[in-house]
Design a protein around this ligand. Structure first.
Ligand code: CA
Ligand code: CA
Ligand code: CA
Length: 710
């Protein structure tokens, strides 16, 4: 890292550098960051203040009614674990701006420094001279490389970078070398009341602006974009620079920051270049058809002004003819003077996620399992940490899960149900060793459901070592159990995990095969055609979290190595199929870097089975925050993955993210679900409704979400 920066500084011809630069971290391995979705979707339970949904020319965008704080967020929420802005990147914007009055500047977005409390007298003087707006003093002399002499006001945080629009120009403004504000200018009228998609690509030697996928305007500035643009403590403001002055007055449909590459190659050519899309917030995507073909006079303004957006409001005679768009339900409704009638509702699609139940548990929970028991209906078993009340079995009722049975456990980490014949079993691991060296009590218990007593009763005890997962499967009508032994004592991670096989004669599970694992965290069994696979998530070998996880294949009665895949504190493998395609997703927990702090914001990867090569190959990387579980499910014709993000390096309260399969583009985020110390997600259905439950390893609660489909 440091030598790379050094070479770049030589190229830039700089002689004086801040010596802290080489300890600052660049943002690397970043995926496209959808800034607009991030602000709009981070709270799906309400419509954000300061923003309205509007439609123009049959296309939806958001209008900013104020520079509200809801449109602002700390850069560290998206640019995690790094101090410097990416030195190469592109920005994709789709907007529609009406004519801007001369000398007015409007900000599409900005990144502002942290506010500084103290001001010096000298700066106060300068501020008076400045009359508050440094940019209006800029004289644009040429196409490129405008240099701002004055520096901004110190008391309210200065601009690090921003994209602003004036009547006939687009300006990319940033803090250049030595803190001098640079202003790169692209001529051309974008504020013409038409939709446009812009890609501004900043590279090492040049800057390119592509408008509507036409040939780009390129400038070669005399001074490059800095490779050491410090962003710690800074905030993004979408549609403004955090104040009324400069508020963007048009409509915005897309705003994506793409680190490391020129996104025009990803979105162009396009069949609809003015609306070429990389990532558009889901609720702006669906285009309601409202008689614009039939009555063209009404199209442009009259009708648009009559679409309101938000949560339900009363429909009265006053509002007759008013259209209302509900972003939560993604429905369009018409007020007939007495009530709302449905104009359009999106069918058979996951539209929103409702909190259905907050279940208070006796202690924190490491694992949850949902299953059917005949005569009882749907049940959930939860591995609770506390010894006092042990773990719990819950029964599903019309209001949600209710505690049904306590199971005596000590530091339960994992559980799994399985069926043999008509019998239901539950295996639970105990790990009191989790808190120190203490080997007694480090075992797992298999319970069998007693139909007579309507309880789980103890069936068999197996010696395990801080067991993190149990997997049950059948091969040729034989039942097997695999345990992921995490460690023995505090330090010994490279140990045997064990495959047990059911013996019909002794009516017990017996050791079938031992496999050497490194801090094993999860087993996943799956079958493709005639082949059976078992994959282990290896988390830690005692030195590093960067270890090989192993996919085994069943050959001649035992598992043999099929493929190894490098993982980083792997905690979960999830296999799923979409059509005939076979995928395997790993949840990566964290990466260790020498003696420095661990990185929790890292990629988790989805692999796809290449049938010809007979290997799993990388399909998509997804940025996760100490991911501990993937859960795949399908609803109607759609496929989803939800990730359990557990920790971002600072907090356990963060969003788990629900991704939707978009075919060629892979999985894209569609819902942000607030969680605390999320340890597991499970999908289940009951009476035609679909639900997700998550458990918390940091709070004594679990939450059930209902998935609404229209
Ligand atoms: Ca598993
Ligand atoms: Ca999983
Ligand atoms: Ca799960």
């Amino acid at each position: 890292m440091s030598s790379l920066i050094f070479v770049q500084l030589l190229l830039l011809g700089l002689s004086v550098i801040d010596t802290t630069t080489d300890t600052w971290r660049h943002c690397t391995d970043l995926l496209p960051l959808d800034l607009l979705s991030f602000v709009l979707e981070r709270d799906t339970s309400r419509l954000l203040p300061g923003v309205q949904m509007r439609q123009s020319g049959g296309v939806r965008g958001v209008h900013f009614s104020s520079p509200h704080t809801s449109m602002s967020f700390s850069s560290s929420q998206l640019l995690v674990n790094c101090d410097l802005f990416p030195k190469e990147f592109s920005i994709v914007v789709t907007l529609k701006a009406t004519q801007i009055v001369p000398k007015r500047n409007e900000y599409i977005f900005s990144l502002m420094e942290a506010k500084k409390e103290e001001k010096r007298a000298v700066e106060e003087k300068e501020e008076e001279d400045d009359k508050g707006n440094i940019f209006e003093r800029s004289k644009e002399r040429g196409v490129s490389g405008e240099r701002e002499k004055k520096q901004g006001k110190n008391n309210e945080g200065r601009m690090i970078l921003g994209l602003r629009l004036s009547r006939k120009r687009l300006h990319f403004v940033f803090k250049g070398h030595g803190g001098v504000i640079e202003n790169w200018v692209f001529r051309g009228t974008l504020a013409d009341n038409q939709w446009h998609t812009l890609v501004l690509a900043v590279g090492g030697q040049h800057v390119r602006l592509t408008v509507d996928c036409s040939s780009p305007q390129e400038i070669t500035p005399s001074r490059h974009f800095p490779s050491d643009l410090y962003i710690q403590g800074s905030r993004f403001h979408i549609g403004s620079r955090g104040k009324w002055k400069g508020l963007f007055s048009g409509l915005m449909r897309q705003l994506v920051l793409v680190p490391g590459s020129d996104a025009s190659h990803q979105i162009c050519p396009s069949s609809n270049p003015q609306l070429a899309a990389l990532s558009v917030p889901p609720f702006l995507l669906d285009l309601p058809v409202i008689g614009r073909e039939t009555n063209s006079h009404l199209t442009s303004y009259g009708l648009e002004e009559r679409v309101s957006v938000g949560l339900e409001q009363p429909c009265s005679e006053l509002l007759r003819g008013q259209l209302w768009f509900n972003p939560l339900r993604k429905g369009l409704y018409l007020c007939d003077g007495r009530g709302w009638t449905t104009v359009l509702e999106d069918h058979k699609r996951l539209d929103y996620v409702l909190e259905h139940q907050v279940l208070t548990t006796s202690s924190e929970t490491h694992d949850v399992e949902v299953f059917q028991v005949s005569g009882m209906g749907l049940m959930a078993a939860m591995a609770h940490r506390s010894t006092a009340s042990g773990s719990g079995v819950y029964q599903w009722t019309h209001t949600g899960f209710e505690l049904y049975q306590n199971i005596s456990t000590q530091g339960a980490l994992a559980l799994r149900h399985f069926n043999m014949g008509k019998n239901v079993f539950l295996v639970v691991s105990n790990s009191p060793t989790n808190n120190g060296f203490k080997s007694e009590g480090d075992f797992s218990v298999i319970y069998k459901w007693s139909k007579r007593r309507k309880q789980f009763v103890k069936f068999q005890i197996l010696q395990t070592h801080c067991a993190r997962d149990w997997e049950a499967f059948t091969i040729k009508r034989q039942t097997y159990l695999a345990v992921a032994n995490h460690r023995i004592g505090n330090n010994n991670h490279t140990i045997d995990s064990v495959i047990y096989k059911w013996n019909r004669l002794t009516k017990s599970f017996e050791v079938h095969q031992k496999l050497l694992t490194s801090g094993a965290y999860d087993w996943e069994f799956f079958t493709v055609g005639p082949y059976h696979f078992l994959v282990v998530a290896n988390a830690f070998d005692g030195v590093t979290t960067s270890v090989d996880s192993v996919i085994y294949i069943w050959l001649n009665g035992s598992f043999q190595v099929f493929q190894t895949i490098k993982t980083f504190c792997a905690t979960d493998w999830e296999m799923f199929q979409i059509g005939s395609r076979v995928f395997l997703a790993v949840a990566n927990g964290h990466r260790l870097y020498g003696n420095g702090p661990s990185r929790y914001a890292i990629n988790s990867t989805i692999y796809e089975l290449d049938m010809n090569g007979q290997l799993f190959v990388r399909f998509q990387d997804i940025l996760t925050y100490s991911a501990v579980d993937w859960e795949f499910f399908s609803l109607g014709e759609e496929y989803f993955l939800v990730v359990a993000n557990s920790f971002n390096g600072e907090s356990y309260s963060l969003n788990s993210i629900l991704y939707r399969w978009q075919g060629y583009e892979g999985f894209v985020p569609v819902h942000w679900l607030p969680t605390i110390g999320c340890s597991d997600w499970e999908f289940f259905s009951s009476k035609g409704e679909s639900y997700l439950i998550y458990s918390s390893a940091k709070a004594s609660l679990s939450k059930v979400f209902k998935l609404k489909i229209y």
